[in-house]
Design a protein around this ligand. Structure first.
Ligand SMILES: [Zn+2]
Ligand SMILES: [Zn+2]
Length: 465
């Protein structure tokens, strides 16, 4: 049962039940849309309703450390839902930081598996498979039951040169297909797009050219979780004789985690962005957060200027926007970029990529990569997830073209039963969507009932529409 994540981008929660056991895959948030007037920071499915439906959950398994997959954990686990939380070391570190800030880390049961490793929970045996995405240690989950095998892909692309870790483990997916895969629950984000196969290495090459050719300081703005992107900027900076630093709390934390796990390196990195002040502009480089125009993020602080912790930007300097904008955040971002342009800063967005080289690549498979995935996995049935309604339908028809016997498009709360004989919708559970605030680290009790929850649900639905 998709609990969240269908009909919208965000709030990915998928529940699997078998023989009296339940495991939940991912527990993310959805961001409110631009027109949202509820005043909340994010939306999640109501955990109390979910628990009433299933009784108990044996484990939460996390595919990767993005907000739409882990953002709800510190609000819900362990106080609302208590169960072991399984993740790779990189994702587990991110989850632990959040729980620590929420003051509930001591109560939580965080367990790790290495990329490629697995564990048992109730009637399920789970084995992770290395995938490439825009964050370190993204995994798919092969879920084994006595009724058959499932593959939950998580977010992925088929990056031939991901810079951190190895390419997607196609041989493991092929082996699952050889053994007979009952169903694949698969990322639909780019199912409507005919994208070329792209790589983090292309972005690194683009950074190398830009860092060598731009006259002033160069700033790369990317998601805090995109450690490979930050590493590419550091590589480009050292080749161009520039000093570089990281600005933004999440970026610095994720980079430090990756470095401590031995999966990324940041040689010659300055300890603080303030150490760039006073250098020749031609020697300055910075990686920062704030891709969505967040007012308190490093990019917005750079745009406002006068922050002693950051270099001052001006005429001749370049900001490279190395991320896509989540729908709903366009206006906020444009306000920040307008302020930068007003300072004389040259802002490069995807449209203005030089030499045809990308300054950003999507972390999600386009149609051709999805087709490759389907042809290797050869599932009997496909359940498209992670997308708006049109993404899901586009993915379903692609799945049928690739040989799936059926590819039903469900909605949040659709209960599907899968067996070797058939896949069918057997029910619908109404899980209210509730609004949460960042300052409420742990979800207060009884927010699920009443008018507030209903209003939040309606708002989330209209935001998604
Ligand atoms: Zn996602
Ligand atoms: Zn993701």
């Amino acid at each position: 049962m998709p609990v969240g994540g269908l009909g919208r981008i965000g709030m990915n929660w998928t529940l699997y039940g078998h023989d009296g056991s339940w495991i939940l895959v991912d527990a993310g948030i959805a961001f409110p849309g631009e027109n949202d007037t509820t005043g909340v920071d994010a939306f999640i499915p109501d955990p109390e309703t979910l628990l009433r439906v299933v009784g108990r959950i044996d484990a939460l398994v996390v595919t990767h450390a993005h907000e739409d997959h882990i953002g709800a954990i510190q609000h819900v686990f362990p106080r609302r839902i208590s169960c072991p939380v399984w993740a790779t070391p990189f994702a587990a570190a991110a989850i632990s930081r959040r729980l620590d800030e929420a003051g509930t880390l001591d109560e939580a049961d965080i367990r790790t598996f290495p990329v490629g490793g697995g564990f048992r929970a109730g009637a399920f045996s789970v084995c992770s498979i290395r995938m490439t995405h825009s964050v370190p240690e993204a995994v798919a989950l092969a879920i084994f039951t006595s009724a058959g095998k499932l593959l939950h892909t998580g977010d992925f692309k088929l990056d031939p040169d991901p810079l951190i870790g190895e390419p997607t483990h196609i041989a493991a997916i092929r082996a699952l297909g050889d053994a007979g895969l009952l169903a694949m629950v698969c990322d639909s984000t780019n199912a409507e797009r005919d994208l070329p196969v792209t790589s983090e290495a292309q972005v690194r090459d683009s950074f190398r050219r830009l860092f060598a050719s731009r006259p002033g300081a160069v700033v790369v703005c990317c998601f805090g979780t995109n450690v490979a992107r930050a590493m590419s900027a550091c590589d480009a900076a050292s080749r161009a004789g520039r000093r570089i630093a990281l600005a933004g709390r999440s970026l610095r934390a994720h980079a430090a985690t990756a470095e401590s796990l031995g999966i990324a390196e940041f040689p010659d990195m300055l300890a603080e962005p303030s150490h760039l002040r006073g250098l020749d502009r031609r020697e300055m480089a910075l990686v920062c957060t704030g891709t969505q125009g967040e007012e308190n993020a490093a990019l917005a602080r750079l745009a406002r200027g006068g922050d002693w912790r950051l270099p001052d930007l001006g005429l001749g300097d370049t900001v490279i926007m190395s991320a896509s904008v989540i729908p709903g955040n366009e206006a906020a971002l444009e306000r920040v970029l307008a302020r930068l342009r007003a300072r004389g800063v040259d802002v490069l967005t995807q449209r203005e990529a030089p030499d045809g080289l990308p300054i950003h690549v999507s972390g999600h498979a386009g149609r051709a990569e999805l087709a490759t995935m389907h042809r290797h996995a050869r599932p009997r049935f496909v359940i498209p997830v992670h997308g708006t309604d049109s993404h899901l339908h586009a993915h379903a028809s692609l799945a049928l073209e690739c040989g799936a016997k059926a590819a039903p498009v469900g909605a949040d709360g659709t209960v599907m039963s899968v067996s070797a004989a058939c896949i069918k919708v057997v029910g619908r559970v109404e899980i209210p969507v509730i609004g949460i605030r960042r300052d409420e680290a742990v979800l207060p009790r009884a927010t699920s009932s009443g008018k507030v929850a209903k209003r939040a649900q309606r708002a989330a639905m209209s935001a998604a529409a």
